[in-house]
Design a binder for this molecule. Structure first.
Ligand code: NDP
Length: 251
């Protein structure tokens, strides 16, 4: 139904694990040339090797989204390795669960630096290459927590995830003249290494409360991201898709 994304160059931040790896898998299966970035090079390389074995074109590069120079180097690597850059999936994020009274400045700052400032730095670093593409796509992994609901222990996280949408709603206006669209996927509870860190009680309680009675799969987020990347979505910008198994039905 959708035209091919074959040979499009994609950079996925936080692509070594979890949702980012799922996004990378879906884009690789669609024929894209994918670069996954993360801080731990070995893990990223292992993920790239696994996805390449399954038939994709996937490379890895060590980069920290909180460091602009590091993200510039990642964007340059994507251009050198894959001949350009068409799509940025700004996905890297952390979600330590801490209530306000126990929260340290350090936890607040690292969460904001990674999730919110990291989105800005990733976009800024990739922008020159996305402009050259002529039909660039920026797809942000936000969350239902923050933009549409709350969850105890996640004031800092929710603030960053809502902040990403504030960023998106102005970035889409600024970048439209370059043919770049900016959209966001809002996952619910997705089975990832990061979510597993919250413990089996959290996962089981959540799965029981979701109308579709399971946690999401990482590829569920990948397919939503893939839609925003298609040529057919060229007129869709500044928008969100909630992928949460029906957990939150906004009014
Ligand atoms: P995981 O912890 O499973 O994976 C996180 C990824 O981000 C890893 O590849 C990690 O690699 C990378 N990462 C973390 N910090 C940095 C950094 N400073 N620079 C570069 N890469 C970094 O997380 P999830 O897959 O669960 O989450 C991914 C995104 O999805 C996040 O933005 C999260 O907020 C969002 N999300 C997740 C939900 C879920 O239920 N899982 C629900 C809603 C949203 P490394 O440590 O090597 O850097």
């Amino acid at each position: 139904m959708f035209s091919s994304l074959k040979n499009k160059s994609v950079l996925v931040t936080g692509g070594s694990k979890g949702i980012g790896k799922g996004i990378a898998r879906v884009f690789a299966e669609a024929g894209c040339k994918v670069l996954i970035t993360a801080r731990h090079e070995n893990v990223a390389k292992e993920a790239a090797a696994e996805l390449s074995k399954a038939g994709g074109t996937v490379a890895a590069f060590a980069a920290d989204v909180t460091d602009y120079k590091s993200m510039q180097a990642a964007a340059d690597f994507a251009v050198k390795t894959h001949g350009g850059l068409d799509i940025l999936c700004a996905n890297a994020g952390i979600f330590p669960q801490v209530k306000i009274e126990e929260m340290t400045d350090e936890t607040w700052d690292i969460t904001v630096d990674t999730n919110l400032k990291g989105t800005f730095l990733s976009v800024k670093a990739c922008l020159p290459a996305l402009k050259k593409s002529g039909q660039g796509r920026i797809i942000i992994t936000s969350s239902i927590t923050g933009p549409v609901t709350g969850f105890p222990g996640w004031t800092h996280y929710g603030a960053t995830k809502a902040g990403q949408l504030g960023f998106m709603r102005t970035a889409c206006m600024e970048l439209a003249k370059f043919g770049i669209t900016v959209n966001a996927v809002l996952p619910g509870n997705i089975a990832t290494e990061g979510l597993a860190d919250l413990g089996p009680d959290y996962e089981n309680t959540m799965a029981a409360s979701i109308p579709l009675k399971r946690l999401g799969r990482v590829e569920d987020i990948g397919y939503a991201a893939l839609y925003f990347a298609t040529k057919e979505a060229a007129y869709v910008t500044g928008q969100t898709i909630i992928v949460d198994g029906g957990q939150i039905i906004p009014e």
